[in-house]
Design a protein around this ligand. Sequence first.
Ligand code: HEC
Length: 128
Amino acid sequence: MLLRVGSCVLALATPAFAGLDLHDYDDDLMRDLDRTIKVFEPDITAQNAAAAKEDAAILLEGFRYTEDYFGKKGVADAVAISRDGSRLVDAVLRNVDKGDFDAAATAARDAPQLCKSCHDLYKPRLGR
Ligand code: HEC
């Protein structure tokens, strides 16, 4: 497993993400995700397949980005959360394609929780 060396002092004051260097993290993409997640379920509920697919593509790009990013840093649980996200978006897309908007909306409702579980672990809660 990964040994965190050299962050002992910081680790006293900060939680799990201590030692995680996020300087090259794509915050713009995150803000796109934030805009998208707000309209994702409403677009599905409105049975707007075209908009829902556009949203899904952006979210998928986001989860693939975080999978890749945290994969390179060896953060296994963030990778797992990202994969769950991609699977969830795939499930939504399959249901939208079938015209089953109820099932798609049910799946979409779980998406924000995945964003949150990664943020709880790895997003610094410092005012910026
Ligand atoms: C696997 C981890 C992970 C997932 C999944 C994830 N995020 Fe993030 N997100 C982060 C981290 C880490 C940061 C902090 C980046 C930094 O401090 O530079 C962040 C930052 C953000 C920010 C703040 C960007 C800013 O302006 O500084 C927003 C908004 C955001 N995420 C939205 C989302 C949404 C919406 C989703 C789900 C669709 C999502 N994120 C999924 C890890 C994740």
